[in-house]
Design a protein around this ligand. Structure first.
Ligand SMILES: [Cu+2]
Length: 137
């Protein structure tokens, strides 16, 4: 092999090796990935809009601020209602539309349990159409 051809082959091999080791960041470490989003409140939402579905309330549990007004929106196809354990802010039987309840001002976190009387027999059973809103000061 002529000397000039040997030099060309060597140059190509060197260039290939250099490109193969490049990271695209000038040889430094790549930038760190963005931090993960903060976790949602434990076990539920933080919203003043709750969907009344067939057959669940979503989200639940939900946490709102003292004195907040929560809007329930019927998104299913069969009738549901909202009956609060404290007897206040109940809705009628509805298949569509909305219902609102304004919660009281509280000085300690207070749970307001509610259920649909068609699809739940009490306020605490799992896998039933009941839910809770936690009002925080
Ligand atoms: Cu229901």
């Amino acid at each position: 092999m002529p000397m000039s051809r040997l030099l060309v082959v060597s140059a190509v091999l060197l260039l290939s090796a250099a490109c193969g080791s490049s990271t695209g960041y000038g040889g430094g470490t790549p930038p760190p990935p963005p931090p993960p989003p903060p976790p949602p409140p434990a076990g539920g939402g933080h919203t003043t809009s709750i969907d009344v579905k067939d057959n669940e309330f979503s989200p639940t549990p939900d946490t709102v601020s003292s004195g907040a007004t929560v809007t329930f929106t019927w998104t299913g196809t069969v009738a549901h209602n909202i009956k609060f354990e404290d007897g206040s802010g109940n809705s009628g039987d509805q298949t569509s539309g909305t219902h609102t309840r304004t919660f009281p001002t509280v000085t300690t976190a207070t749970s307001f349990r509610y259920r649909c009387t068609f699809h739940s027999t009490n306020f605490t059973s799992a896998n039933s159409m009941n839910a809770v809103i936690v009002v925080k000061p």
